[in-house]
Design a protein around this ligand. Sequence first.
Ligand code: GLA
Ligand code: GLA
Length: 691
Amino acid sequence: MPGLLYGGDWNPEQWPERVWAEDVKLMAEAGVNLVTVGIFSWARLQPDAHSWDFGWLDRLLDLVHRHGIAVDLATATASPPAWLVRAHPELLPVTADGVRLEFGSRQHYCPSSPAYREAAVRLTRALAERYRHHPALALWHVHNEYADHVEECFCPASAADFRRWLRQRHGGIEELNRSWGTAFWSQHYNSFDQIEPPRTAPGPVNPTQLLDWRRFCSDALLALHRAEKAVLDEVSPGVPVTTNFMSMLKALDYWEWSRHEDFVSDDAYPDPADPRAHVNAAMNYDLMRSLKGGRPWLLMEQAPSAVSWRPVNLPKGPGRYRLWSLQALARGADGVLHFQWRASVAGAEKFHSAMLPHRGTASRGWQETVRLGAELRRLGEVAGSRLRGRAAVLLDWDSWWALELDDHPSARMRWPDLLRPWYAALYERGVTVDFVPPTAGFDDHPLLLAPNLYLLDTATAERLTAYVRGGGRLVCGPFSGIADRHDHIHPGGHPGPLRDLLGIVVDEHWPIPDGATTAVDLNGTGLDAERWSEWIETEAAETVARYGSGALAGLPAVTRNRLGAGSAWYLSCHLGADLGPVLDLALAEAGVGAELPGLPGGVEATCRVAADGTGYLFLLNHGPEERLVPLRAPGRDPLAGAGPLAGADPFPGTAPLTGTDLLTGAEAAGAVTLAPLGAAVIRLPAAQERA
Ligand code: GLA
Ligand code: GLA
């Protein structure tokens, strides 16, 4: 489809058919060009085990097609109907405590249930066969938010599936015993039949069993997804297929999942009550773009205003909905869709905002819906353009899962908490990042950040070493290189396979109690470490910063090891909000600078580039004050030398950039003024984009 996509989940089965006519008329008024239909329509499509009812969906698809609106057709499998559940009560999921979750909500299925899978695949096939040639069909939407509500099931079917998965992974039972370290606490198994999922037990459960369980649960849901996807690929080839991801979600290894998507789509619900919500959103959008190597992705769901599932649900307020929508585009999305089109009057989400609020077209919300639709049409030429991060962040789900197992030196070492300050420091410096998997080559970026690599195999360590030798800059956070893929400690001193690369050895972990901090001295600049510190000794590395207080006072805190043409930095502590000055040194060394020099505080800038070299510079003012944004070329390739750093103004006398603001049609030369929560999208001719 040409241009940007705009629309949302439409649940017409909640309304009498005469309302549909008004819906499509209003969709045209708002510029809606894509609707997601049928997400929770299973009971309507298949009223009982022996009948189908497609008549209403036929009429609906014909109706939207007559109005020039395309359909993202759901496979409708996320909420199995009551008749199926009563016929197969064993498909209901069971918690670790043995409680079977009841019918009456949604997502009530066991990922390993043969009855559920069979029924889901049958429904998918019926839909695919009926609608594969329908002219309204633009894409397939498999299921809805895998792992939402239920990410694991402990029933006998899951246990059997887990044992099958374990056999495949480990081969023999003695291999499993070695991997799980079952010599500890007399946990030895004689056969796979003796193994159960990690249900609630008297004390700490075997950590490798828990880690394998996490891997299995992600794989079990993926197998279910692939079963539906295979039907769509077979019956309806050529129509792109996606499932809506849930941003940075622990339960699913999205690197693995995204290999099976035709394109990535995401649901994002930044909290209007959180003043830093846009920073987190930027991080999630960068991940979504990175999952398929920078290809455009789709914001499948966002709320036009308030959600209904937080304890207190704030509206977005004037301007923020538009700004946050543009932010997704700024970070590579080719469309903005919503939950949902028309606000429900019944059901659990009747207080959730919608594109068409309860008050109808007189509402402020509706005016924002119409306004955004018009703006997206003006931005149509942005579709298909891409942006590239200047630095990379390494994200490994396996390591995330292992890091957060119990009985570690500190329960405060949680991946999102460790990652956020790194991302925030880069965001504040205007540096766009790509996420990369541990299997990547890393060479696409001059700077690679690894906030944590608790679990690390030697092959990845070797690739990191080759990257640094070849001129890359690696910055590695604490508690890294600890365990192998079985979650066994690398013997001989942490950070195990990173020891030679980082040129340090860890003597002991010194977690910092809640509320306390440890001083760190960076050439006279005082920083505060929180959560975590380590007693380390340098081997080949030089000391960049030292601990300034507590038991570790005087010992190295931050180190750098020059190796080959590059260098590897190690942060032995968590610097939280004080991370910036250390990252500044690494950024300078790697020659990585801001997207746009001299960016004022609170303004986000990214540049998407079209195949013909045209640049689209997105400028977003997240702050409450008007901002003057200089539009200037850095004057030299920021990747080639010591790049611009925050705070400084290293570009006196550089050439002003000129372009057209696609939102207003106004010419911009040298500077742009942004209102509070204002935005501009400047089209830069190819020559200027290169500058
Ligand atoms: C108790 C148990 C030991 C060990 C220690 C750890 O003393 O008897 O087996 O778990 O706690 O502190
Ligand atoms: C998720 C679901 C939607 C809806 C929204 C509400 O994204 O996919 O069905 O429940 O949350 O915010």
